[in-house]
Design a protein around this ligand. Sequence first.
Ligand code: ZN
Length: 256
Amino acid sequence: MKRVLLAIGGFLALVVMTFGAMMGSVFSGLKEMPDGQELPGGAKRVNHGYTSAYLVPIGEKELALIDCADEAEATAIKAELTRRGLGVDAVKAIFITHGHPDHTGGCKQFPGAQVFIGDGEQPLIEGTAASKGPLPGMMGPQKEFALTGARALKDGEEVEVGTLKVRAFVIPGHTAGSAAFLAAGVLYVGDSFTFNSDGSLRKAPWLFSDDGAVNVESIKRLGKLLAPEAADVKAMVPSHSGSVEGLKALVDYAGG
Ligand SMILES: [Zn+2]
């Protein structure tokens, strides 16, 4: 009996250690993500734990959100609004990079906002399908954070919200309808890639992603597509790492 318990204990310890090592490899060596970071065009990073959301001005006392972070009450985002003397109704639009719950958790706190997503992401956003990534897939469909009425943007489609023009790029791989959004010279990339502390680009972690090969293909296609307008891209901004200036890291990854 004792030997059986020891064997089970040893096996569990191995599972925990392996999981810890896998999670460590996902997040170690990433560029630091300073809370409150100011970005071109007056945008600001708002952190909650290991997730960043972004507030982007779209007019006098009106804002767009890029993702809603991971907490159902959206306390970090609301605190920043309060600091500016604004309420949740100041958020007029939300651009969701993908339907994982650490990006959609707080969205319901902004019921007056029009939600935009990438085409192909509808099932995750509406909570009708589970993510295909090994780890998020285990959580099943995210019914608690499901959103209806989101407008799906096609690859390359541009919309105007207030004074802000936003161009969407559908870059599947991390999820089926993962999107990047180019707004006021800042490219918001969600989880499709992050940056290492040396500024080089790191593809999406397989543990959380639908299809690693499709992710790499999408990153390279985006790099080639945007290379001719590199001068207009002031920064690239992921959700779980620091940002880098310019488009160079993406163009380098795409092979020049
Ligand atoms: Zn994700």
